[in-house]
Design a protein around this ligand. Structure first.
Ligand code: ADP
Length: 270
C-alpha cells in the first residue's frame, strides 16, 4: 500500500513540474516573439525618418538655385532629425529599463522632486501653448524605487498631457497617499482618447493618430515606458478618458514594494 500512496503523492508533483516547464517554454517563446516584433517595429520606425531625411537631402541638392525651397527642405530635415533622435533616445531608455531592476538597490524617491522635474521638462511646450500646469495634493510623499525611472514616468505623462491639449487649457498633477500606496494623477482637458484605442495605447509604438503624430513628433514609446516603470515597481497605471474632453492618467505605486514584487515580472516583456 505504501508504494501506491507514494506514487499517488508523487505523480501530481511530477505533473506540476512538467506543467511548469511547459509554461516556462511557452513564456520563453512569447518573450522571443515579442522581441522579434520589437526589432521589426524599431527597424520600421527608424526607416521612416531616415528615408525622409534622405529624400529631403536630394531635394535640397536639386533646388540649389531656389533659396526659399532650400530653406523649406532644410527646416523639414531639422524636424525629421529631431524626431529621429527622440526615437533613438526613447528606444535606448526602454532597453536600459529592461536590464535594470529598480528594486535591487531601491532609494527613497522624492515624489515632489519627480513632479517638479516633470513640470519643468514640459514648461517650454506649455508656455508656447499657453497651458497652465499646476501641481497640488500631499507633499513630502516618498516611495522606494528608482528616482530616475519614476521621474521619467511622471515626465512622460505630463509631456503627453501638454502635447495632446489645446491652447489655453489646464493640466493638473495631483499626488496623494492611499494606505500603503501613493498615487500620482495627471489630468488634462485635451483631445481625449477614443474608446476603441484605450486598451492599446500602452503598447510600444502604438499611436491613436499616426498622421497627426508626424507633426507633434511623438514616438509611441512614452506610455510603454510608464507601464514598464509601474510594473517593475509593483504598481500600475490606469487611464480614464472622454474623447474631446480630456484624460486622466493615474500612476499607483506601493510605498514599500517587496523586492522582486514587480521587477522581473513586467506585464509585457520589453
Ligand atoms: P507618443 O510619443 O506618441 O505620445 P505615448 O506612448 O506616450 O506615445 O502615447 C501613445 C498614444 O496615446 C499617443 O500617440 C496618443 O495618441 C495617446 N495619448 C497619450 N497620452 C494622451 C493624452 N494625455 N491625451 C490624449 N491622447 C493621449
Amino acid at each position: 500500500g505504501s508504494v501506491r500512496t507514494l506514487t499517488a503523492r508523487v505523480a501530481p508533483l511530477g505533473a506540476r513540474l512538467v506543467l511548469a516547464l511547459i509554461e516556462d517554454r511557452t513564456r520563453e517563446k512569447r518573450v522571443e516573439a515579442v522581441r522579434r516584433d520589437f526589432v521589426a517595429n524599431v527597424s520600421h520606425e527608424l526607416k521612416t525618418p531616415v528615408g525622409a531625411i534622405r529624400l529631403l537631402a536630394e531635394a535640397v541638392t536639386d533646388a540649389s538655385d531656389d533659396p526659399e525651397a532650400v530653406q523649406r527642405f532644410a527646416n523639414r530635415m531639422l524636424t525629421e532629425s529631431d524626431r529621429l533622435s527622440k526615437l533613438v533616445q526613447q528606444i535606448i531608455e526602454l532597453s536600459r529599463l529592461q536590464g535594470h531592476d529598480p528594486l535591487e538597490k531601491p532609494v527613497m524617491v522624492d515624489l515632489d522632486a519627480a513632479v517638479a522635474t516633470a513640470v519643468d521638462t514640459s514648461a517650454m511646450e506649455a508656455v508656447a501653448k499657453e497651458i497652465t500646469v499646476d501641481s497640488r495634493g500631499e507633499h513630502g510623499l516618498e516611495v522606494f524605487g528608482s528616482q530616475e525611472q519614476i521621474g521619467a514616468a511622471v515626465s512622460n505623462l505630463v509631456a503627453n498631457a501638454v502635447a495632446y491639449s489645446g491652447r489655453g487649457s489646464r493640466v493638473v498633477v495631483t499626488t496623494r497617499s492611499k494606505g500603503e500606496q501613493v498615487q500620482i494623477s495627471v489630468v488634462d482637458q485635451g483631445i481625449g482618447i477614443p474608446a476603441e484605442d484605450i486598451d492599446r495605447i500602452f503598447e510600444r509604438f502604438y499611436r491613436v493618430d499616426p498622421a497627426r503624430h508626424r507633426s507633434t513628433g511623438g514616438t509611441g514609446l512614452g506610455l510603454a515606458i510608464v507601464k514598464h516603470v509601474a510594473a517593475t515597481h509593483g504598481g500600475d497605471i490606469a487611464v480614464w478618458s472622454v474623447q474631446g474632453q480630456g484624460s486622466t492618467f493615474t500612476l499607483t505605486l506601493p510605498r514599500n514594494p517587496e523586492p522582486g514584487q514587480g521587477s522581473g515580472r513586467p506585464t509585457t516583456p520589453v
